[in-house]
Design a protein around this ligand. Sequence first.
Ligand code: HEM
Length: 398
Amino acid sequence: MNFDYAKIRPCGSYRQKAMELRDEGTPIWVNDFAQGFWVVTTQELVREVYLKADIFTTDSVMAVEPETDPKHILLPLNLNPPHHRKYRNLLAPWFSQTKVKELEPLLRASARNLVEGFLAAGKVDAAWDFCALLPINSLLGAANMPMSVAPQLMQAINDFTRGFSGLEATETGGTEGMDAAVDAIHGVTNQMIAERRARPLDAKDDFYTYLTTELVEGRPLTDDEIRQIGLIYVVAGMETIRAQLGWLLYHMAKVPTDRERVLADPRLIPAAVEESIRYYTVIWGVGRKVGQDVHWHGVDLKKGDMIYALNDAFNRDPKRFADPDTFDLDRKMAPHLSFGFGAHSCIGMHLARTQLEVALEEFHRLIPDYAIEHGAVIEERGSEVTLQSLPLTWAARA
Ligand code: HEM
């Protein structure tokens, strides 16, 4: 196989490719693309990649970039167990179900403000003006960060994720383009560190006061560590929601029968969100760096090799999901892999689900009837499968 997993392609291409790989049935491929890496496509092997942390390390999580640039380190993702656990525990209270419940009014207000802003126009590029902006506004609010940095962050997050997804590495052979984005994001974090060190707020309610005062292994976090956490907070939190919300609205626009069911019975919204998270798997797969020479399921993996575990194939395995290629609002859901698995499973999953549910509720409250603009050409970026635009139209109210 020689497949660029990040390239911008017509909408639906990556779903189609995951189905083809699943149907082909070869459990382990060699992808000759970039420096070359392994690709695993069966649910059993994908699970193993997640679980065997001694073999499959997170020293690098970009399949096309085996050497993680120190500036691009994401904490705790780039740490391996058992060291990883201390940082994970430190962050956990900020992403608990209780915390997310507290945040719900803010998430709702952020969604409502945006929808009210474009309602009268009768059209919006939802990919940007709703799906990208909403998590930025929400997560800035949740962390008491200044809203004035939103435009700067939006650009930087997009540029960083292009690189992190592999698009820069595959197009230009390097990830240098991510540097300016990282500098901008770290600049915002530096500002937060300086402000909270000078004038701390209550560490129970304020993320950056907590990060600048809480101890790990009996010592405060270093500024580098706080920047690495600040980076994952914005890129993991904001870019994934942007992608997932885009697909949720895309689906509701494309399949009016599902939208009408959800409008008639809003209790179906959590099911619609969960099925969209499975069916439209935005983290197409995860990268791991092989930590030791090992013979594994018939192949010789070498220390330093990269491997890519295809979440989307797992999520479409007919042994787990009946009729997996159908979006089914009534599906009795088995656990999917869209939030990862094992030590690094998504710490923000409760926040993500609530943000998506509330966003759909608020969008539908004011704009119940909408469609994709006639003739629009919709494309998606790979790796973190994200719609590049989503022009929606509706009858504007006078
Ligand atoms: C629909 C939205 C989301 C999806 C699909 C998603 C998906 C994932 C996946 C697949 C992983 C595992 C990565 C790996 O093992 O290499 C992960 C980890 C992570 N996610 Fe999310 N995520 C979402 C939203 C969020 C949000 C809202 C936040 C926080 C604001 C967040 C923060 C994180 C962090 C910090 C990790 C690393 C955890 C660790 O290393 O222990 N994510 N996410």
